[in-house]
Design a protein around this ligand. Structure first.
Ligand code: ZN
Length: 340
């Protein structure tokens, strides 16, 4: 497997768009997203300190339910937990229950869970993560584990854990814009590697596809969106993902610059990674909300370009790093509190 195609694997599909997609469309996307973000200025605002212990605790709590695979009791219990936690943090909570149809026709009882702050404001930022976990550890080095579920401390749990801590901070002190914390379901039910049928990118990200077509409030829009996926791995390196650069280059640069300003250069790498089929792709394609993905890329990892434990039975709390959670969480807080 070569370097480029490795880049494309995610709980998501091999894609072959990187080389052709970017060059001639860059100018358009750049021009388009410069308006949405407004002028770049240094604004003095007090930014809350992100508490990584707290985010870690919210991940641990999700993991304590077991794998959060749709149509299981653990999944239902976790949905209730996330709903009540967002309510406890003062959000107006929307629970969007829907039937998703999986690649093999299975009906997945799914729920997108949305916590809205300052819902009357027209100026909004959307923060996304997926909260479901993968039913199959189909990238485990031991093939015997391929039919066992992933615990999903990092893949699922980490993005949600960071956003719950962001919610807790917003409840203490509101930023200038309205914030929506949007937790997608059924991201990781894409056809397993052992599936013999056709693999399609829209087998993945069923919750974000649904929400993008049927948002939780009619005509919903936001100034921009940030998706967090697998943001808790040890020594994670976040390269600038290809679709993020394609759809929202200015926002990508702004977030990476902010991370560097805060001293997180070790995590936020000022280089382009590959394109990844993830929830942000469907948000970008279906809605007008320019959305980036903060997702790790390990260019030299033989096991997976998403890291050693990706889609294995070892995606557990032992492999979660508070330092990585802090780097991502503090960067997101700075971006949303500095937005006017
Ligand atoms: Zn996954």
């Amino acid at each position: 497997m070569n370097k480029i195609s490795k880049t494309f694997i995610i709980g998501l599909l091999p894609m072959a768009l990187l080389a052709c997609g970017n060059s001639n469309k860059k100018a358009n996307s750049e021009a388009a997203d410069s308006n949405a973000l407004g002028a770049e200025k240094e604004i003095q605002v007090e930014i809350p300190a992100f508490d990584a212990d707290s985010a870690y605790h919210y991940i641990d709590k999700q993991v304590s339910f077991g794998p959060r695979v749709p149509n299981t009791k653990a999944h239902q219990a976790c949905a209730d937990y996330l709903t009540s936690q967002l309510e406890a943090f003062g959000a107006v909570v929307f629970r969007q229950d829907f039937d998703a149809i999986a690649y093999d026709g299975t009906i997945l009882k799914s729920s997108n869970i949305i916590g809205a702050y300052n819902p009357e404001s027209k100026r909004r930022i959307a923060l996304f993560a997926h909260w479901d976990t993968r039913p199959w550890a189909d990238n485990d080095p031991n093939p015997k584990n391929h039919h066992n579920p992933v615990l999903g401390a990092n893949d699922g749990g980490s993005g949600v854990g960071v956003l719950l801590e962001v919610a807790r901070q917003i409840n203490i002190k509101q930023p200038a814009l309205g914030i929506d914390i949007i937790l997608f379901d059924a991201e990781d039910y894409g056809s397993p590697t052992f599936y013999k049928g056709v693999q399609r990118e829209d087998h993945w990200c069923l919750g974000s596809q649904y929400w993008s077509r049927v948002p939780h409030v009619p005509n919903y829009t936001a100034r921009f969106g940030i998706l967090l996926d697998m943001v808790g791995g040890k020594d994670a390196t976040f390269y600038q993902e290809g679709y993020s650069l394609y759809f929202a280059k200015k926002l990508t640069k702004k977030v990476w610059n902010k991370a560097h300003q805060l001293g997180y250069n070790k995590y936020f790498i000022d280089q382009e990674g590959g394109t990844i089929v993830d929830d942000h792709l469907f948000v970008n394609k279906i809605t007008n909300i320019k959305t980036i993905d903060i997702i790790p890329y390990f260019p030299n990892n033989e096991q997976s370009s998403f890291g050693d434990v990706w889609h294995t039975v070892n995606d557990d709390m032992e492999h979660i790093s508070k330092e990585t959670l802090k780097a991502v969480g503090q960067t997101v807080l700075a971006v949303i509190y500095e937005e006017k």
